[in-house]
Design a protein around this ligand. Sequence first.
Ligand code: ADP
Ligand code: MG
Length: 286
Amino acid sequence: MTNLFEMIEVNNLICEYAPGTPALSVHNLNIRSGEVTFVVGASGSGKSTLLEALGLMTETARSTPDYSFKLKPTEDNSTVELCDYWQWDATKRSAIRSKFFSFIFQQENMFKSVSAMENMLLTTLQSSEHEEQEANERIAEMAQTLLPGVVLTKPIMAYSGGQRQRFAFIRALAKPHRVLLADEPTGNLDPLKAQEAMGMTKTIVKEKNTAAVIVSHDICLALKNADCIILIEKPLDADGKPAAGQIEPSTVFRKMKNKWKSSNSELTEKQLREVIEQSLQSLNTQ
Ligand code: ADP
Ligand code: MG
């Protein structure tokens, strides 16, 4: 039995694009190994901001005295203090990103001049000592599951958006990583294909004891696949304007048996769905 552990631990993180105007405030957040975590919330609540901060993509994290941001990539006690990386240069940040993280963006970010197979293979070979043959076989096997019968040697732009999105899943999952960060990765897929891609993600997370953080608008997909759901709420400030998005322990829900538990509630799936829908609606009417 593998040991599950806190892979990312964030306390008192504030993200801002302009000084003095917080876009997101995270009181406390733990991303666990062996778990698929979904991030939900209305547009503009800070989902992408969170994902980009976790993946050291943008320099929005504001340094405050009581802020901590730890990555524990393996179950021994080694800890990488990610706060430190903001003070370091971009090359060091990029090295840590490629060592520990894998990404799926809203845009697939494929190399336009090469084939689907080369696109998937290049990322894996760049970031690991994998033998080409072994990586090739692994990717072909994953493609057989998500895109049965599809030839992989055509130039990438010859495929549909939905096919490219599945290639993006395979590319991210095949690359060695500890944490997968994905921003609306199933936006171009129909429900069946979205579920197949999530099924593969879940299997890999459980088998390899990695973690996945998936931003999604799709509440059904989240409720079906998540071990943990983070709801980002965006309350109104004193002047009635939307304040920064907030992540509090009361809106982080973990699945335990058939219930979803937060720090102060224990909900059925139906109740959690209502809580999420209400939160999205209240924001949309702001
Ligand atoms: P979501 O992904 O949930 O739709 P975002 O994380 O993109 O939300 O945005 C959160 C808040 O930060 C919004 O108010 C948005 O306007 C603001 N924001 C996002 N990106 C930028 C940026 N590059 N510059 C300034 N403000 C931004
Ligand atoms: Mg977004």
